[in-house]
Ligand binder design. Structure first.
Ligand code: SF4
Length: 468
């Protein structure tokens, strides 16, 4: 992105403050351009012919340093790349790395179907959302175009996830494209040996492409320049993923060098998303458990440092869970606390005798409390007070959680204690004990103070509930 301030963006906007974008002013819209929470297309007047030049200029100025490549079509797409920064604390990383799990064309039909079903359905609930797998990488292990075509047909019939077609033989790639070109799969890969034939395929079928040049960045750069000249900028680079030892360090350094060249040095011909293949761990480890372990290590390393797509093999929970969690951690926007909707939630099947607990809408706090209550079978109501995503201690200290505010929150969400409960009692978290008097004054309720840690609620309930 070549502009850094809303004022610079504002110069190119219609400056009418018409409000069609949903913002009160063009300046407010401009600040959303900088943090990428809105798109240029959200300003309808800017799309008019008379603003075309400004629109095009702004699009150029706002384009991320690393190109964004879209794989798949319609609802079933994955966007990779699109970053402007080297370190998360400088802004945020935007498109999280896509995890692609492999299948291969020498699997039996039953094995293939079962593995695809697993990939489709795998999901883990974490802080209010599901962590999932993103893509299927179909590898030609037979080298036979017909077998590959058969496997691609079967996979395509069983999943809507975006696909990667993997072979270095253009005839095999063509066989796969004949089946799924309309789904815009990612083609893996063009090399210094096959690039001319692969270029023909890419131009004929108009699909994104991986350029593969292991341990040779000059060739990788030259391949990228060649495809750019052909008008292809939907490229992904694979500089090789060596699984161990000194060569692993070289792979790691190659990822760093390419990304730095793209962002710091503005080298546009190498500013593309990067693909890592952690499953190379299986080349270096005969024991599948060790291989899976090292694959997870590699996936973690390249998630932290600039891999935009990972092709992995292991579907063991001990491999997938850390991979998904580290990705989620690195790619959560550090500018925005993770929040839940501020409202009263029902845990279990509460009735008029059930307790009413209070917490904040910081997602980590909310889900910790909710899970402690649910796993202990405590039927209750739980207010997630709107503290703008702060935890209890910080919100009490900062004034985002006061007796008046909590009382108002119950009113705002329409929770009437005299209707919903037979006890007129609310339980504040132990870390908000000092709000007790204010809360009693503001609400007229009986206010009890719970434990400072929600894990201790069951023991607290034994001594304190029902209220006298
Ligand atoms: S729609 Fe465009 S012109 Fe209208 S207020 Fe938003 S940014 Fe300004």
């Amino acid at each position: 992105m070549k502009v850094n301030s809303p004022l610079e963006v504002y110069k190119f906007l219609p400056q009418t403050n018409c409000g069609d974008c949903g913002e009160a002013t063009c300046m407010a819209f401009a600040s959303h351009m900088i943090d990428r929470s809105l798109k240029l297309e959200d300003c309808p007047p800017l799309l008019e012919e008379k603003f075309k030049k400004k629109y095009l200029k702004l699009a150029e100025l706002l384009a991320p340093e690393i190109r964004e490549v879209i794989i798949g079509t319609g609802e079933h797409t994955v966007s990779v790349g699109g970053d402007d920064i080297l370190y998360r604390h400088q802004l945020t990383f935007f498109n999280q790395p896509a995890l692609a799990v492999d299948v291969w064309d020498t699997m039996s039909e039953d094995e293939l179907t079962e593995r695809i079903k697993f990939i489709n359905e795998y999901k883990k609930f974490y802080v209010g959302r599901f962590l999932k797998l993103d893509m299927v990488a179909i590898r030609s292990t037979s080298g036979d175009p017909d077998k590959f075509k058969q496997a691609v047909t079967s996979v395509a019939g069983n999943t809507e996830l975006p696909l990667i077609l993997c072979s270095l033989d253009p005839k095999v790639l063509k066989a796969g494209l004949e089946v799924v070109a309309d789904r815009k799969p990612l083609l893996y890969a063009a090399t210094k040996d096959n690039w001319q034939d692969v270029a023909d395929l890419v131009m004929e079928y108009d699909v994104p492409l991986v350029l593969f040049s292991p341990d040779d960045l000059d060739t990788l750069k030259s391949l990228a320049a060649t495809f750019l000249e052909m008008g292809r900028d939907d490229l992904v680079l694979d500089p090789g993923t060596n699984p161990q030892g000194k060569s692993l360090r070289e792979s790691f350094e190659n990822f760093l060098m390419i990304r730095r060249a793209g962002i710091k040095e503005g080298q546009r011909d190498i500013a593309f998303p990067l693909l890592a293949v952690p499953m190379t761990a299986y080349l270096a480890n005969d024991d599948p458990v060790s291989a899976s372990y090292w694959e997870t290590v590699l996936a973690s390393v390249f998630t932290v440092r600039y891999g935009d797509i990972m092709i992995v093999h292991s579907i063991e929970p001990y491999a997938l869970l850390p991979e998904l969690h580290i990705r989620d951690t690195i790619y959560t926007d550090p500018r925005t606390p993770v929040k839940v909707d501020p409202k009263v939630y029902e845990v279990g099947s509460p009735d008029k005798d059930s307790p009413v607990f209070v917490t904040t809408n910081f997602a980590l706090t909310y889900y910790t409390v909710e899970s402690d209550l649910a796993s202990n079978g405590i039927d209750c109501y739980l207010l997630a007070t709107d503290t703008d995503g702060l935890g209890v201690e910080a919100a009490v200290a900062g004034g985002q959680m006061t007796g008046q505010k909590v009382s108002d929150e119950f009113k705002r969400v329409g929770f009437d204690f005299s209707e919903m409960t037979a006890h007129n009692t609310v339980i504040l978290p132990g870390l908000a004990a000092r709000l007790q008097g204010d809360m009693e004054d503001a609400s007229g309720l009986k206010v009890k103070i719970g434990p400072p840690d929600s894990g201790r609620i069951p023991g607290w309930m034994e001594k304190n509930w029902p209220p006298e």
